[in-house]
Design a protein around this ligand. Structure first.
Ligand code: NDP
Ligand code: 2IT
Length: 446
C-alpha cells in the first residue's frame, strides 16, 4: 500500500458517512504518487495525515424567527481547513443539502484551489442547511443576522474571510457584513463579494464564470484553437453559469443550454444577450425558475427531465453542483464529439466521468483550476480593502486573465514535469499540493 493509499484508508475508517469528502480526498491523493515518491520529505513530515484533517471545525445552532412569528432552527458550520499559506478563505453555502461531508470536501478543494491562484489565501468553507428559496427577504435577513451572530467571533480580515457560494450572493453577503460590522464595531474586509459601495470589487460577481471561460481559452490555445463559434452546453443558471454564458456570448461562442432545479432549456440557435439578460433578471432579482422563462417562448425547448449533457456540443461547462455529470453523461458528451470540459462548479464530474474524459484525452479541467477565478478576485478584493482603494473593471479583469493563465500554465507544466502531459487533474493537484505542503513543512510540526 502506498503512503497516499494508507492515508486514504485512514480517512475512510476515521470519518465514515462522509462520501463527498472521501471522493475529494481520493481524487487528490490518487494523483500525488509521483511527487510523494520523488520527495520523501512529505511522508517524513506527515503532510498528508495533516492535510486530510481540517485545522478547526466550528458547528453551531442558528435560531431565527420566520414571517409567521415561529422559531426556526438550522445548523451552521465553518470549516477552517488549512492556513499554511494565508488566512482561511472560501465561500458560504446555503442549501438544504449542506452537511459536514460537503463542507469538508469544499474546504479541502479550496485549499488546493487557493494555492493555485498565486495569492496568499488558505482554505475554508462554511454554510448552513438553510434553503433561501421561497423565503422572504426579511426572513433571509434575519437568518443571515443570526448566522453571523455566532460566526463573527471566529472570523476576521487576517483570520478567516468568507464569501458567497451556492445560495449566497450579494444580498446575503450584504446582510452578513452589516451584522458583522455591528457586532465587531469594525469596518474591515472580513467578507468578499460585498456591494460596490462598501468595499466590494468590480468584476467579483462575474469572476468565476469569466475565469472558467478564460481557462477554456487557455486550454484551446494549446491546440491552436479558439472558443469562437463553439457550441457550448452550460448547467446551472446561477452566479457561475450566467457569467460563463455572458463571456461565451461576448467571445462569439454559442451557449445552447442552462439548467436549474425545475429542469433545463435548450436553445438550438444559441442563447443571445437579450435572453440572458431576461434569465439573469428572473434568477437573480425575481428568484424564479427557468420553467417560467421557457413558457410559450419560440425556439426555447424546456425539459423537466434529464440533464443538458445529452445535447451535441463542442464544449461543456458544468456550473451547478457536485456530481451533476456522471459516467453515462460523459460517454454521451464524448460520443457527440465534445472536445472540452471546463468545470465551473466544485467537483461536478463523478470519478467515472473524469476517467472517461482523461481516457479520451479531451481538454478537461478540474474545478479547482478552472473555477478559481472567483476566489482570485476575492483575493484582489482583500488587497483593495487593505489599501482602501478600488481598482477599475479593466484592471481587475486584466489581473483575472493573468491569474487564469498562470493557473493553466502551472497545471500544464507540473503535469508535464511528472510525465502526465496534458492531464490537468494531475497537474493542478501536484501544483496546488506542493506550495501548501512546503509551507507546512517550513512552519514545523503544527
Ligand atoms: P448559485 O446558487 O448562484 O447557482 C446554483 C445553480 O445550480 C442554480 O441554477 C441552481 O438551481 C442549480 N442547482 C443547485 N442545486 C441543484 C440541484 N440539486 N439540481 C439542479 N440544479 C441545482 O450558485 P453558484 O453559481 O455560486 O455556484 C455554482 C457552483 O459553482 C457550486 O458548485 C459552487 O460551489 C461553485 N463555485 C462558485 C463560486 C462563486 O464564486 N459563486 C466560485 C467557485 C465555484 P436553482 O436556481 O433552481 O436553485
Ligand atoms: O468555491 C469557491 O471558490 C467560492 N465559492 C468562492 C470563494 C471566495 O472566497 O470567493
Amino acid at each position: 500500500m502506498s503512503y497516499a493509499q494508507k492515508v486514504l484508508a485512514d480517512v475512510k475508517a476515521h470519518h465514515p458517512g462522509e462520501p463527498e469528502f472521501h471522493q475529494a480526498v481520493e481524487e487528490v491523493l490518487g494523483t500525488l504518487d509521483p511527487v510523494l515518491k520523488a520527495e520523501p520529505k512529505y511522508e517524513k513530515n506527515c503532510v498528508l495525515e495533516r492535510l486530510v484533517e481540517p485545522e478547526r471545525i466550528i458547528m453551531f445552532r442558528v435560531p431565527w424567527v420566520d414571517d409567521k412569528g415561529g422559531l426556526q432552527i438550522n445548523r451552521g458550520y465553518r470549516v477552517q481547513y488549512n492556513s499554511a499559506i494565508g488566512p482561511y478563505k472560501g465561500g458560504i453555502r446555503f442549501d438544504a443539502s449542506v452537511n459536514l461531508s460537503i463542507l469538508k470536501f469544499l474546504g479541502f478543494e479550496q485549499t488546493f484551489k487557493n494555492s493555485l491562484t498565486t495569492l496568499p489565501m488558505g482554505g475554508g468553507k462554511g454554510g448552513s442547511d438553510f434553503a433561501p428559496r421561497g423565503r422572504s427577504d426579511a426572513e433571509v435577513m434575519r437568518f443571515c443576522q443570526s448566522f453571523m451572530t455566532e460566526l463573527y467571533r471566529h472570523i476576521g480580515p487576517d483570520t478567516d474571510v468568507p464569501a458567497g457560494d451556492m445560495g449566497v450572493g450579494g444580498r446575503e453577503v450584504g446582510y452578513m457584513f452589516g451584522q458583522y460590522k455591528r457586532l465587531a464595531n469594525e469596518f474591515t474586509g472580513v467578507l468578499t463579494g460585498k456591494g460596490l459601495s462598501f468595499g466590494g470589487s468590480l468584476i467579483r460577481p462575474e469572476a468565476t464564470g469569466y475565469g472558467d471561460v478564460y481557462f477554456a481559452q487557455n486550454m484551446l490555445a494549446m491546440k491552436n484553437d479558439t472558443i469562437e463559434g463553439k457550441v457550448c452546453s452550460i448547467s446551472g443558471s446561477g452566479n457561475v453559469a450566467a457569467y460563463a454564458a455572458e463571456k461565451l456570448i461576448q467571445l462569439g461562442a454559442k451557449p445552447v443550454t442552462l439548467s436549474d432545479r425545475s429542469g433545463w432549456i435548450y436553445v438550438k440557435d444559441g442563447i443571445d444577450a437579450g435572453m440572458l439578460a431576461e434569465i439573469m433578471d428572473l434568477k437573480q432579482v425575481k428568484r424564479g425558475e427557468l420553467k417560467e422563462f421557457a413558457a410559450g417562448k419560440k425556439g426555447v425547448e424546456f425539459n423537466a427531465e434529464g440533464r443538458p449533457w445529452q445535447v451535441k456540443v463542442d464544449c461543456a461547462f458544468p456550473c451547478a453542483r457536485q456530481n451533476e455529470l456522471d459516467g453515462k453523461d460523459a460517454q454521451t458528451l464524448l460520443d457527440n464529439g465534445c472536445k472540452l470540459v471546463a468545470e465551473g462548479a466544485n467537483m461536478p464530474s463523478t470519478p467515472e466521468a473524469i476517467e472517461k474524459f482523461l481516457g479520451a484525452k479531451i481538454l478537461y479541467s478540474p474545478g479547482k483550476a478552472s473555477n478559481a477565478g472567483g476566489v482570485s478576485v476575492s483575493g484582489l478584493e482583500m488587497s483593495q480593502n487593505s489599501e482602501r482603494l478600488s481598482w477599475t473593471s479593466e484592471e481587475v479583469d486584466a489581473k483575472l486573465k493573468g491569474i487564469m493563465k498562470s493557473i493553466h500554465d502551472n497545471a500544464w507544466n507540473s503535469a508535464e514535469k511528472y510525465g502526465f502531459k496534458g492531464n490537468y487533474v494531475v497537474g493542478a493537484n501536484i501544483a496546488g499540493f506542493t506550495k501548501v505542503a512546503d509551507a507546512m513543512i517550513a512552519q514545523g510540526w503544527v
